[in-house]
Design a protein. Structure first.
Length: 206
């Protein structure tokens, strides 16, 4: 047990939920399952600038994840990206919400050109909203294309397989290749039995 605790506090990377806000309503997201589906308000706060500066001093890599939120909704997110760049802290951002403007994204890309961006667009851009409720997949796809002009790394197109998109994987792969985007296919295990409305064919399940 002591070794596990020691290893935890000696990690060089931390997964971070920096806010509690998200514009989406993905049915298998924890914010939906544990809060909204039960009629509860999603609780939480934005990570303070002071606490973030402590993290930057301690960790060599920060992954801005989104278990309950989307990092782009933190009001100081671009400042956080700048700070990581100044401190040579590696950064990975997982983004699915599409409400930010193109101008905002360009400022974010320019704030830290070394950041790795992962865009969750599950299916072809025009169909991703079938799981990513409230997402404008076509807009986010265009943001991903625009990212190539500012970042030192290829943006990543994350594609979770559902029944509505399982037959479009090869098409999406070709689109990614043509546009010099890395393509990441994910097979989920979050199924609620054979009657799950999003359940893909057996070969696409974990």
């Amino acid at each position: 047990m002591k070794d596990n605790v020691k290893n935890f506090f000696n990690r060089s990377c931390v997964n971070l939920d920096s806010t509690y806000v998200c514009a989406l309503a993905c049915p298998k997201c924890q914010r939906q399952i544990y809060f909204r589906d039960k009629g509860k308000k999603v609780t939480g706060t934005h990570l303070s600038t002071g606490d973030f500066e402590k993290l930057v001093e301690y960790f060599g890599r920060i992954d801005f994840e989104g278990q309950y939120s989307d990092p782009v909704h933190h009001p100081k997110f671009i400042e956080f990206l700048k700070k990581c760049y100044e401190k040579s802290v590696e950064v990975e951002i997982h983004n699915a919400s599409s409400t930010k403007s193109y101008k905002w994204y360009r400022e974010a890309f320019q704030a830290n050109p070394d950041a790795e961006w992962v865009f969750a667009i599950d299916g072809l851009p025009e169909e991703s909203h079938k799981y990513r409720k409230n997402q404008d997949g076509e807009k986010l796809f265009n943001v991903m294309l625009d990212a190539r002009n500012y970042l030192n790394y290829k943006p990543i197109w994350q594609y979770i397989v559902f029944n509505y998109n399982e037959n479009h994987i090869d098409i999406a792969k070709e689109i990614a290749k043509e546009n010099e985007i890395d393509f990441l296919v994910i097979y989920s295990r979050k199924w609620q039995g054979e009657n799950d409305p999003l359940l893909p064919s057996k070969k696409f399940r974990v």
